[in-house]
Unconditional design. Structure first.
Length: 562
């Protein structure tokens, strides 16, 4: 008679053989283990769970040729503590939590998830087989696989809802042993103790208002989305013939052009393109420019990827405090939030794609009236130095001064500019005034990128729809309202006996007199510069241009096969 340990060893050997032969039809009979007595099923499944997990841990999660446990170590931790008892079924029946887990995976897109990442198709196939085939109901191996896949799906869903999918394993909570027991194992134990799957999984998501409103608006989007998959069109494309073919193929998918040909003649191509442009409120010039490509790429599958990435971005964003400023780069807007109320919304101008505004978290520490602009080295190298090589008088025409380390002015005509290629040993400064690129006001905050919020002398740019136009700093249309809020906030935070060094009136006075003043902020205002390409507004999801192609790069890396 086999001892329990010998039985486990035999089971491991059986599963190695099973995994080796599973793809061969002539060995299909070896993939089953029929248990005639329902009362014996729990014991046999428990023994098999232990054997399969031991095998999977040695095979990078694989339990056969088609199934791999994504979180085998965490699954093992749970079953070890649970004495390898099955939790999703009992005897020859699935428990309610199994049905709920499969339903949650089925509707994973409501949470920005892809069901296929959580064994959905394998589980549906296996459940259908067990529910419709009396012999499968007696198969301990089928129940073993179902239990392990459901536990693995739960752990993977838990991780992805908590922190997203874009962190390397070394930084993920799955690599932190304290989280295995205190988070993963604990949450599955809660389900095993009667708490609903939906309640446990939903509760681990970020509680930020913007995240919650976007996630709640997602159901209506998913229920009505076009599930057809369209190829992404890259732009620009140096191969004009290849580009024309891809544009035409994409037009055909949308119902324009002649599907019988792959390479249209110029007349057919122009006619199809103009029809598409007319129907989509684009200039019908028959040219496939950025607007056309952007429109073709704006299908529901692509939009869903933006939503999924945005939800994951929120999961790695620090919780917002009670009062804060958020600049969302793709939307070209700043908002000021105080006690869950949006008290200010302002248009902004952000960096051009080649001088992008960085994502960061900081706090506004001081403000400056009539600031000087010390031009960043990157701009000097790229824009100013080439002009100086041609004409040293360029600085004077722009209102710039060349200063040494002591602050003394250097005559640009005395410099041999041909010697410099990567930079210069002087500062280039634009004096304060109405023509200064920073305008009449500047907000400073600590950051390694030498960027700040400021007014501008080009206020007409706020009328543009595309406001990715700066060298990296953020130009704020309603800078005065923001400064007034900060001044009022500083005044109300004073302790008894303290006197404010400034207020809104003094700011207005300094500006009217064109005085340069540095204002130290007592109660620093938290600042977040983020990159979210969609948001919920009045229950509907609005989308913004992926101005720096950040979402596109993430989609290629993490969702290429979706």
């Amino acid at each position: 008679m086999l001892t329990r340990m010998n039985f486990i060893k035999v089971s491991i050997l059986f599963f190695v053989l099973f995994c080796f032969t599973s793809c061969q039809e002539k060995h299909a009979a070896q993939e089953t283990e029929i248990v005639e007595t329902a009362g014996q099923m729990n014991t046999r499944v428990s023994d098999n769970i232990k054997a399969v997990i031991l095998y999977a841990l040695d095979q990078e999660g694989k339990i056969n040729d088609s199934i791999r446990l994504s979180q085998s170590s965490i699954v093992n931790a749970f079953y070890t503590q649970n004495n390898y008892q099955r939790i999703w079924s009992d005897h020859n029946s699935f428990l309610p939590q199994a049905v709920s887990m499969i339903d949650f995976i089925k509707h994973g897109k409501y949470y920005g998830l892809y069901p296929e990442d959580y064994h959905f198709h394998d589980l549906i196939s296996l459940v259908e087989k067990i529910n419709t085939d009396s012999l499968s109901q007696k198969d301990a191996i089928s129940w073993t696989k179902a239990d392990l896949m459901l536990s693995d799906a739960f752990m993977q869903t838990l991780k992805d809802l908590k922190e997203g999918r874009m962190l390397p394993d070394s930084q993920s909570i799955i690599s932190k042993q304290n989280m295995v027991d205190s988070f993963f194992v604990l949450k599955l134990k809660e389900v095993n103790s009667g708490r609903t799957v939906s309640e446990v999984l939903s509760a681990v998501q970020p509680q930020q208002t913007d995240y919650q409103s976007l996630q709640q608006a997602l159901k209506a989007f998913v229920d009505t989305m076009d599930t057809k998959s369209y190829p992404y069109v890259n732009f620009p494309n140096s191969d004009s013939l290849d580009f024309t073919k891809k544009i035409y193929a994409r037009l055909i998918q949308s119902g324009y052009g002649n599907s019988a040909i792959s390479t249209p003649d110029p007349e057919e191509y122009t006619e199809a393109l103009q029809s598409y442009q007319t129907d989509h409120a684009l200039k019908p010039d028959g040219k496939a420019g950025p607007a056309v490509v952007s429109s073709l790429n704006s299908n529901d599958q692509e939009r869903f990827r933006h939503i999924a990435i945005t939800l994951d971005r929120y999961k790695s964003t620090p919780p917002f405090p009670e009062t804060y400023i958020q600049v969302n780069i793709p939307s070209f807007y700043l908002k000021l939030v105080d006690a869950d109320t949006v008290v200010l919304i302002s248009k902004v101008v952000v960096g051009k794609p080649d001088t992008s505004t960085p994502e960061l978290t900081s706090s506004i520490s001081n403000m400056v009236t009539y600031p000087q602009w010390t031009i960043p080295e990157s701009i000097i190298r790229k824009d100013i130095l080439p002009h100086l090589k041609v004409d040293p008088g360029y600085l004077a025409r722009k209102g710039f001064s060349l200063l040494d380390s002591k602050g003394d002015e250097v005559n640009p005509y005395d410099v041999d500019w041909s010697k410099y290629t990567k930079g210069i040993p002087w500062r280039v400064v634009q004096g304060s005034g109405d023509d200064n690129a920073l305008g009449v006001f500047k907000f400073n905050f600590n950051n390694p990128y030498d960027v700040y919020l400021h007014d501008t002398n080009q206020r007409y740019l706020f009328k543009n729809d595309n406001r990715a136009l700066s060298h990296g700093c953020v130009r704020v249309e309603k800078w005065h309202a923001l400064a007034s809020f900060i001044a009022e906030r500083d005044s109300t935070s004073l302790k008894p006996g303290q006197i404010a060094g400034y207020n809104t009136d003094s700011i207005n006075n300094w500006i009217s007199k064109k005085e340069k003043k540095t204002i130290i902020i007592k109660k620093r205002l938290p600042l977040f510069i983020d990159y979210f390409t969609c948001a919920s507004k009045n229950g509907n999801i609005v989308f913004y241009n992926d101005v720096y192609k950040e979402d596109y790069r993430l989609a290629i890396k993490y969702f290429a096969k979706k």
